[in-house]
Write a protein that binds this ligand. Structure first.
Ligand code: ADP
Length: 394
């Protein structure tokens, strides 16, 4: 309990942009997010007055942090489940709990559980020796997709295996390095979607409109809300599925279900149990943002309305450029704001390393196509300091 405000203290493990934006939502509720960060330069450590420094893999650090909080939640899924089980046994409230979180930590555990629940997932198999991958590819067709079952993000930890020879080489190298692996069928898809829901300990559920996530090299670059051209029936089925998964796994907080849209129907790719990139559009684009909803859920408050505030909302990620832009971030922001008065800009306070998510831009409007073009230009400008359409800043 915070003696100054009388509110319970939510502690988030991890000081990235998700914690930073959750802190922003906490402020509106009269609260302040406590953060376990690694460095004072972490995005959330720069803005929260209540920061402890330590590693998320260090049980003592987690315990000390938890002692100063009423409920523990996460900015990423890398806290060892065994540490969380110890904390839960010691009486710490952890949302989502370790038995739920493990499905966002381990792709093999997740695939196995979802398949058991009758949720459509790609055919998959564990890989503990080279022959496992070769056998799977021979049975299910080449190319197939090899994945690290743990530790991957933004497409790192995903490899396309073209044929048995490629499988032999790639799998041997990864197994030698101690990487836990699974292999799955390459899904032929029309596009990728995400169903974002929230669930509270009381059991209340809420879901936002289904979105399309546009990927480039395994990284989400744009989110279109609602997913253009998706039938109401398919959207509702996906929302029901995500709520069913949230309840079955006893998730508390936000759950993102990444989906492949295929001719045969929707197939689940991934789960994330925290605010997610596919939900950044909700900050300005929905009645209740995913960050506020996550806080409401972990505090067991009633959940908020999730309807969109415009017919179309587009979010474009700002990625660090391969070559540093000639113009500083301050000047780029200045020009961006001059050109787009309706752009909602979020910058995370991160160094501009190539390909890294350093911010995002959201725009609301009447139809997705023109918005998408504008959001793409705006995000590209912030990344590179160049207007893709040749716009003259002078
Ligand atoms: P990460 O956890 O690193 O984000 P994902 O499992 O989400 O990895 O995969 C990253 C991207 O790789 C997906 O967004 C998708 O574009 C592609 N991908 C993953 N699995 C498959 C699959 N079975 N078939 C086709 N493409 C896939």
């Amino acid at each position: 309990m915070d003696p100054r405000t009388g509110f319970p203290i939510v502690g988030m493990v991890g000081g990235g942009q998700l914690a930073r934006m959750t802190h922003q939502a906490a402020i509106a509720l009269g609260q302040s997010l406590s953060v376990l960060a690694v460095s004072p330069d972490d995005p959330a450590a720069q803005v929260s007055p209540s920061v402890m420094f330590g590693q998320h893999t260090d049980l003592d650090a987690l315990r000390t942090f938890a002692d100063s909080c009423d409920v523990l939640t996460f900015d990423h899924e890398h806290v060892p489940a065994e540490h969380l089980r110890v904390l839960v046994a010691e009486g710490v409230t952890v949302h989502p709990g370790p038995d739920a979180l493990v499905h966002a930590q381990d792709k093999l555990v997740m695939r196995t559980r979802l398949a058991g629940l009758g949720v459509p997932v790609p055919p998959f198999a564990p890989v503990t020796e080279v022959a496992d991958a070769v056998k799977f590819g021979d049975e299910h067709g080449w190319p197939c997709v090899l994945k690290a079952s743990r530790g991957g993000y933004d497409g790192r930890g995903v490899w396309l295996l073209a044929d048995p020879d490629a499988a032999r080489a790639q799998v041997a190298t990864l197994l030698d390095a101690g990487t836990p692996l699974l292999v799955e069928q390459r899904v032929v898809m029309r596009r990728e979607l995400a169903a974002l829901v929230a669930r509270s300990p009381f059991g209340q559920g809420a879901c936002w409109p289904l979105v399309e996530t546009v990927q480039s090299d395994g990284i989400c670059v744009e989110v279109l809300a609602p997913a253009p051209g998706l039938s109401e029936e398919r959207a509702e089925r996906a929302q029901e599925l995500a709520l069913r998964v949230a309840a079955a796994l006893d998730v508390v907080g936000v759950l993102a279900v990444e989906l492949f849209d295929t001719d045969a129907g929707l197939v689940v790719n991934e789960l994330a149990m925290r605010p997610h990139n596919s939900g950044h559009w909700t900050i300005e684009g929905a009645r209740t943002s995913q960050f506020e909803q996550h806080l409401r859920a972990v505090l067991d408050y009633p959940l908020g309305a999730t309807d969109a505030l415009a017919p179309a909302v587009v979010m474009a990620n700002v990625l660090g450029a391969a070559t540093p832009p000639g113009m500083g971030a301050d000047e780029r922001l200045h020009h961006l704001l001059a050109r787009y008065r309706d752009a909602h800009v979020h910058l995370y306070g991160k160094p501009e390393r190539p390909g890294r998510k350093i911010g995002h831009v959201t725009m609301l409007g009447a139809a997705p196509a023109p918005l998408r073009e504008r959001a793409r230009l705006a995000a590209h400008w912030l990344s590179h300091g160049e207007w893709l359409d040749g716009y003259d800043i002078h």
